[in-house]
Design a binder for this molecule. Structure first.
Ligand code: ADP
Length: 559
């Protein structure tokens, strides 16, 4: 019996120590696994005191296991829950950690296993994404606002231009004496209305240009042109003003190879005229303005250009100069530095803004150097064209497919407005050789052409207005037809006085129509027929109306 009980006790003890050994083996296996885990793991007792921390937890907390163990965990740990905590390391840096808790048994006692995953990078990425989203939305809103502003400006400019064209048109009618002769005072007053109206129209056109550039709606005609020819063209327009102000303007062309550039010649001339006008405006009488154009591979470092070589035009004056602090601002819209001697009403502060934007649209730039009291040098840069590229462009121009495409009525109208002078010359020259109207052979240019200029400009303006108003009924179109009616009636009665017959009058209108068409085609060379057809059809309709109205008033006058 004794032996049996002893044997039982031995068996029990052995079983107990086996169980202990088993538990210890299990514990050390668990420890080994936990030590290896990539996530931080701390084991805490139900009292919240840390019993164990693995190496990943040491790294996360920035403290050794010895420092962590036997201290309070400090965060609520509820089994089955997930939470995000902010751990502050000894140096003060903080990391975000995602925390999960499960119940377990640790060294024979109930405990909690807390796993901690460092989510700082993920959080940063999320914050960055949110920030980028915010920035993207802000950018889109800013772009929409800027687009809306440009649309508004373009629309407003149109709304301003419309009545203004009518003001000028009617003032021209008064000036022509259509409603009766004016006395000297009236003539003087009408000429003031005309001068101010044209000035205002110039400003509105500038605002419209800027709005178009900003809305990305400005169409540039691509092509090749000669730098020196463009400079001469600009100079011719400014010379009279310069002379009147007592300022000497000289031009110096590059002697080397012909300097061909790639750009819209009209726009380049517009930029040069603006630079020359400014140079003349901000230089005292007796001063001088020098234009130099040439070719270079090395543009001034302040020019934002890539590639090369470059055609450049320098406009240098001996004027008042611009202070260094103001130099950057003069390219901003509506900035005028100097309220100078000619400042009463001139300038909008938009010229340089538009000029630089146009230059950059044509892959060039506009730069300035200036010294107060000594003068300023503005330089326009545009891509130069090599001999080979010139040849290729010439061939391209000859193939109809690649011709620049101008669009619709506005293009035909603008083309006509640009060509009024040469068109009138050609028209008068033809009248002078026309057998049906022998009286024309000995008449002065002004007698033959005076009101025709007004009439044709009006047609050009109407075409532009019809397109801009997107075909909607517009005041300008209504005023335009009124102005055309009055001019046509006057034309009939004036021709009656000059001895025209009704046949001669009809013939004259057809000559006018032909010359108008020729002028538009000259300006829109290579453009698809369909593009300008619509414009030409409208012109034929207007001319038909003109014939009817003028013939009626001719018959009335002859009676
Ligand atoms: P504005 O139509 O008022 O002349 P611009 O944009 O052409 O507008 O010029 C902006 C301003 O830059 C001018 O008002 C003037 O203060 C200054 N500026 C331009 N050109 C010259 C120049 N050649 N000399 C001195 N100042 C100039």
């Amino acid at each position: 019996m004794e032996t049996d009980r002893f044997a039982e006790r031995v068996v029990e003890r052995r079983a107990g120590s086996d169980r202990r050994r088993g538990r210890q083996a299990e514990q050390s296996r668990l420890r080994a696994i936990v030590e290896q885990m990539a996530d931080g793991v701390v084991i805490i007792g139900l009292d919240g005191i840390i019993r164990f921390a693995n190496p990943a937890a040491e790294a996360l907390f920035g403290r050794s296991a010895a420092e962590l163990e036997r201290t309070s965990f400090g965060f609520p740990a509820v089994a089955g829950e997930t939470a995000e905590i902010q751990v502050v390391r000894p140096g003060g840096a903080s990391v975000a950690a995602e925390l999960r808790v499960v119940d377990m048994n640790w060294e024979g006692e109930a405990a909690r296993l807390v796993s901690l995953r460092d989510v700082t990078d993920r959080k940063r990425a999320e914050e960055r994404a949110a920030q980028l989203d915010g920035e993207r939305i802000a950018r889109a809103e800013a772009e929409a606002a800027s687009h809306a502003k440009s649309e508004f400006l373009a629309m407003m400019s149109h709304e301003l231009r419309t009545p203004l064209n009518a003001v000028i048109g009617y003032a021209e009618l008064l000036d022509l004496g259509i409603a009766g002769a004016l006395n000297i005072d009236q003539r003087h007053q009408v000429s003031r209305i005309l001068a101010s109206g044209r000035h205002l129209l110039g400003l509105v056109n500038e605002v419209l240009d800027l709005a178009k550039v900003e809305a990305g709606r400005l169409s540039l005609h691509t092509g090749l042109a000669q730098a020196s020819q463009t400079a001469d063209g600009a100079l011719a327009l400014v010379q009279p003003v310069a002379e009147a102000r007592g300022i000497l303007v000289t031009v110096q062309h590059a002697e080397e190879v012909e300097t061909t550039y790639d750009g819209d010649e009209d726009r380049v001339r517009q930029i040069l005229v603006n630079l020359l006008n400014n140079a003349v405006k901000f230089t005292e009488p007796g001063g001088s303005v020098r234009v130099e154009c040439g070719l270079t591979k090395k543009p001034d470092p302040e020019a934002r250009l890539m590639g090369g070589p470059w055609v450049f035009w320098r406009v240098a004056d001996t004027g008042i100069g611009i202070a260094p602090a103001q130099i950057a601002a003069i390219f901003d819209p509506f900035v005028q530095v100097e309220r100078g001697h000619t400042r009463q009403s001139e300038g909008s502060g938009l010229g340089l803004t538009i000029s630089r934007r146009l230059a950059r649209l044509m892959r060039g730039d506009l730069t300035v150097r200036s010294e107060v009291g000594k003068g300023s040098v503005f330089t326009l840069w545009l891509p130069a064209v090599s001999g080979a590229a010139r040849e290729a462009a010439r061939r391209r121009a000859e193939s109809p497919d690649s011709a620049p495409r101008l669009q619709g009525l506005a293009e035909a109208g603008e083309a006509l407005l640009h060509e009024i002078e040469p068109m009138l010359n050609a028209f008068v020259a033809r009248l002078r050789t026309e057998p049906l109207m022998p009286a024309a052979h000995s008449l002065r240019f002004s007698q033959l052409a005076d009101h025709i200029g007004t009439y044709v400009a009006n047609i050009g303006g109407v075409l532009v207005a019809v397109e801009e108003a997107r075909g909607q009924p517009s005041v300008l179109v209504a005023d335009g037809s009124e102005i055309q009616r009055l001019v046509a009636e006057r034309h009939g009665s004036q021709r009656a006085r000059l001895g025209w017959t009704a046949d001669a009058l009809r013939r004259e209108w057809r000559i006018l129509e032909e010359e108008i068409e020729r002028a538009i085609r000259r300006r829109t060379q290579g453009v698809e027929e369909a593009t300008i057809e619509e414009g030409l059809t409208i012109i034929t309709r207007l001319i038909d109306q003109g014939i009817e109205l003028s013939c009626r008033s001719l018959t009335r006058a002859l009676r």
